[in-house]
Ligand binder design. Structure first.
Ligand SMILES: Oc1cc(-c2ccc(F)cc2)cc2nccnc12
Ligand SMILES: [Mg+2]
Length: 216
């Protein structure tokens, strides 16, 4: 079966974390990645920055582009207020399946929905299919060649509102220069860079926060 590593990571959580305790799921995922096999979860160091930005935004509707195995979906959902919702998009069916089990085990499945497919497919449907007027927070963590296209799509379909917070992973490594240049120069975002490191490694990386200023 392909993606065995992700299945081993899920099994490790099911065997070692506490069902219904999202913090224990996050901790065991980090422990797996530090002690057994590296995977591309956003990780604990960048995760603390993600936590701070989510808490500050206190969002009701969160969009995530790139679920992978559900690490950041669980990490974000554990901070959301009752009634808040997270819609997470994942193209890879094996990853989506692992993520759904991870999210259910963590006990945050009542506020997280994994949409299996591309952001390009789902962004146009958010309003009429998912009852989403606008989103308060977007965590962008999928393929680097999709960051800019999907951000422009969020604007085009009026999914953002004044004050919507975009937070993008990997803006240094692997790097998303076209996205960075756009949000920093187009005039519609207030940007902040948060230097950090690639998850579980010493290689430099960073998160970029881009607050939408409106369709000016
Ligand atoms: O956070 C990430 C890290 C990496 C990555 C790959 C290889 C390395 F050597 C270092 C880092 C890839 C990613 N792809 C999609 C979403 N997030 C990613
Ligand atoms: Mg990433």
């Amino acid at each position: 079966m392909e993606d065995m590593k992700e299945q081993r990571m899920l099994d490790y959580v099911l065997e070692n974390a506490v069902r219904g305790d999202p913090q224990s799921v996050v901790d065991k995922l980090d422990q797996f990645c530090r002690s057994k096999e590296w995977t591309m979860n956003v990780g604990d160091e960048k995760g603390l920055i993600l936590d701070k930005v989510v808490i500050e935004a206190d969002p009701s509707i969160v969009l995530e582009l790139g679920t992978y195995c559900g690490y950041s979906a669980v990490r974000i959902a554990r901070l959301l207020k009752p009634g808040a919702r997270l819609l997470s998009m994942e193209l890879n069916p094996v990853h989506a399946s692992v993520a759904r089990k991870m999210i259910e085990f963590a006990g945050v499945h009542h506020m997280v929905e994994v949409l299996e497919g591309s952001a390009e497919e789902f962004i146009p449907k958010l309003k009429q299919t998912y009852g989403v007027e606008t989103v308060d927070f977007v965590f962008i963590d999928h393929w680097k060649d999709r960051y800019l296209i999907d951000t422009k799509m969020l604007e085009e379909f009026r999914v953002l509102r004044e004050g919507s917070v975009l937070l993008a992973d990997n803006v240094v490594y692997p790097g998303v220069p076209d996205f960075l240049q756009y949000v920093r120069t187009c005039g519609r975002y207030e940007c902040t860079n948060y230097p950090s490191h690639v998850q579980y490694m010493n290689q430099e990386d960073a998160l970029e926060k881009a607050v939408f200023l409106g369709y000016l």
